[in-house]
Design a protein. Structure first.
Length: 143
C-alpha cells in the first residue's frame, strides 16, 4: 500500500498519498534540500526591496496554486528526485499537546523518534521521477 498514515495522539488522523506529490508545488528537489539549512521551506525572501511578484506570492499560499506543469518541463519532473517536508501535513492532524514522540512502522520493524525530529523530516517519494518502491510510499529522511 502506497500511503502514509498519521494517527494516534492526534485529533484528526490523516492519510497521505505520496503518489500525487509529483504535482505538488511544495515538493523539494533532493539536490536542493540540504544546501541551505537556514532558508525556509517556502523559499520566501526576507528582502523588503524586492518588488511584488504575483507568481512567487501564489507559490507561497498554503496549499500553493499548482503551476507545476506550466513552470517545469515534463522531462525535468520525470528525471529528478523529490522530497516532501512532513511539516506541511502535521498541523492538519492537530497533534495533542502531550504528543512527544512518533513511531515509524515498516514491514519488519518500528522506530521511535521525537516529535521535533518528525516535524523536521522529509519523505523521499520520487527517485529519478519514479516512485521509490512498489511496496512502500517512500523513504523517511531526517533533516
Amino acid at each position: 500500500m502506497l500511503i502514509v498514515q498519521i494517527e494516534g495522539n492526534v485529533k484528526h488522523p490523516i492519510t497521505l498519498d505520496p503518489t500525487v506529490w509529483i504535482f505538488d508545488d511544495r515538493k523539494v528537489l533532493l539536490d536542493d534540500a540540504f544546501k541551505n539549512e537556514d532558508s525556509n521551506l517556502n523559499g520566501a525572501s526576507a528582502d523588503k526591496d524586492t518588488p511584488f511578484n504575483r507568481d512567487q506570492y501564489q507559490q507561497q499560499i498554503n496549499p500553493p496554486i499548482n503551476e507545476s506543469i506550466k513552470r517545469f518541463d515534463k522531462k525535468k519532473v520525470l528525471e529528478n528526485s523529490y522530497l516532501m517536508p512532513l511539516s506541511y501535513f502535521l498541523p492538519n492532524s492537530e497533534p495533542n499537546e502531550d504528543a512527544a514522540k512518533a513511531i515509524l512502522h515498516t514491514d519488519d520493524d518500528s522506530v521511535e523518534i521525537n516529535f521535533t525530529q518528525l516535524e523536521n523530516s522529509y519523505l523521499l517519494f520520487a527517485l529519478k521521477g519514479k516512485t521509490i518502491n512498489r511496496r512502500w510510499p517512500g523513504s523517511f529522511v531526517l533533516r
